[in-house]
Write a protein that binds this ligand. Sequence first.
Ligand SMILES: Cc1cc2nc3c(=O)[nH]c(=O)nc-3n(C[C@H](O)[C@H](O)[C@H](O)COP(=O)(O)OP(=O)(O)OC[C@H]3O[C@@H](n4cnc5c(N)ncnc54)[C@H](O)[C@@H]3O)c2cc1C
Length: 244
Amino acid sequence: MRAIRFDHISKRFPGAPRPAVVRIARSPSGHLAITDRWGATKSFDACLVTCHSWLLTTYMQVEERIFSPKLWMALDRTRFMQSAKTFIMVDRPFWKDKDPKTGRDLMSMTLTDRLTRGTYMFDNGDDRPGVICLSYSWMSDAMKMLPLSVDKRVKLALDALKRVYPTLDIESHIIGDPITVSWETDPNFLGAFKGALPATIAITTGCIATSSRTACRRRSAAFSSPATTSPGPPPGSRAPSRLR
Ligand SMILES: Cc1cc2nc3c(=O)[nH]c(=O)nc-3n(C[C@H](O)[C@H](O)[C@H](O)COP(=O)(O)OP(=O)(O)OC[C@H]3O[C@@H](n4cnc5c(N)ncnc54)[C@H](O)[C@@H]3O)c2cc1C
């Protein structure tokens, strides 16, 4: 398969990005009529949709007949995970200073069961400001952060890291304002990434809704493990199909 390079695409489609799409419909001529958020409609032969699929039923109005009921069902049943990140800017990459007792870096990438979950450093040069992602969390851990202000998220993360690095004074290095993102609250995303868990694969491909539950089980078993499998609908029940 030939790779498509971005410079080819930009040469073929010169110009700036157009405003957000709010409507996709089939025009009487058979073309796709794309309406942007300022109300301008233009016709195109084809439309590549690369945003989160939930936006097709929320931010955008998409004419029902454009997709088959099976595809609508798969789009509706795709699950997206929550995810949150909180960043601070610091005066310099102080974490590379050596601990006199151990000779090792004062701090490094930190994966923990505490609420920060993942802490990462961005080193832009010894005498330049650096960035720390204090916390990168998913699902339930991201939901713990969801209602909290950026300052509260920073405070909680610093408290947790204090327990991991009791002698390190991260606060004294902070400059600028912290930034936090919860992807599930961003109307242009509605979630961070597709939750392609084993049961989700079975549900989005529609096989639970078929009469061949045994075949479905056999197909999804290849993706299953006891730790990740979720139960799905009770035996004998049918997953409701989208009426379109
Ligand atoms: C928290 C987080 C961490 C990740 N970490 C990694 C990682 O470590 N490694 C890795 O490989 N991948 C990672 N990913 C995944 C990676 O970022 C995505 O797979 C990749 O960005 C998807 O690219 P995309 O072009 O399909 O979609 P996106 O980059 O999501 O682009 C979709 C675009 O559609 C636009 N859009 C939305 N609504 C409309 C509209 N109405 N009209 C027009 N445009 C619209 C959006 O603004 C966006 O620019 C991570 C993702 C997240 C959220």
